[in-house]
Design a protein around this ligand. Structure first.
Ligand code: IMP
Ligand code: MG
Length: 182
């Protein structure tokens, strides 16, 4: 096949895979400590958190189960409105469970603020949030996040599950995607 591909934009590595691996391990130790031998139910927010979930899950020395939820957010133009729609709901009830929501990145907080309230209403025993990345500069809604991997500046990042138009999820490092024209 000789299909021509457009040249990739110049991506700058922000967080290397080795640093991610080490931090995910630390987060797992913290979760084990907090839940002291109780089972935990991880809820992965599709699709961006899938790689973080897979790594965190394999680090956890606890009884675990997983489920998946997918959301899409509405917004006018590039501004999110805070309206979130569930496009794939959980397969099972979370009532009475120790639940950890696993998210790739916390940005404005609109998605997690909505999901946290939605899942809290389903009466879990505990409800925690683990986010690999946190971009506090853009926060508009407060979110009670319990485990954060890395706090990053206000830049658009891709890789390790994060995408831009479905591209770049397979990059092993978290990279900065330069703004168009930069
Ligand atoms: P929030 O509702 O603004 O907190 O949205 C969080 C969601 O926006 C994340 O789950 C990502 O899907 C997406 N997002 C926010 N910032 C970035 C980024 O820098 N790269 C890729 N996706 C991002
Ligand atoms: Mg996401």
């Amino acid at each position: 096949m000789s299909a021509r591909r457009k040249p990739p934009p110049k991506l700058k590595v922000l967080i290397r895979r080795a640093a991610i691996r080490q931090r995910v391990r630390q987060m797992a130790r913290q979760i084990e400590h907090d839940f002291s031998r109780q089972p935990v139910h991880l809820i992965c927010i599709l699709k961006g958190a899938c790689i973080f979930l897979a790594d965190l899950l394999r680090e956890l020395r606890l009884d675990t189960s997983v489920d998946f939820i997918a959301v899409s957010s509405y917004g006018k133009g590039s501004l999110p409105s805070g309206e979130v729609r569930i496009t794939k709901d959980l397969d099972q009830s979370i009532e009475g469970m120790n639940v950890i929501i696993v998210e790739d990145i916390l940005d404005t907080g609109l998605t997690l603020n909505y999901l946290y309230r939605l899942l809290q209403a389903r009466k879990p025993k505990a409800l925690k949030i683990a986010a690999l990345l946190d971009k506090p500069a853009r926060r508009v809604k407060e979110v009670p996040v319990d485990y954060v991997g890395f706090t990053i500046p206000d830049q658009f990042v891709v890789g390790y599950g994060l995408d831009f138009g479905e591209e770049y999820r397979n990059l092993p490092d978290v990279c900065v995607l330069p703004a168009a024209g930069a």
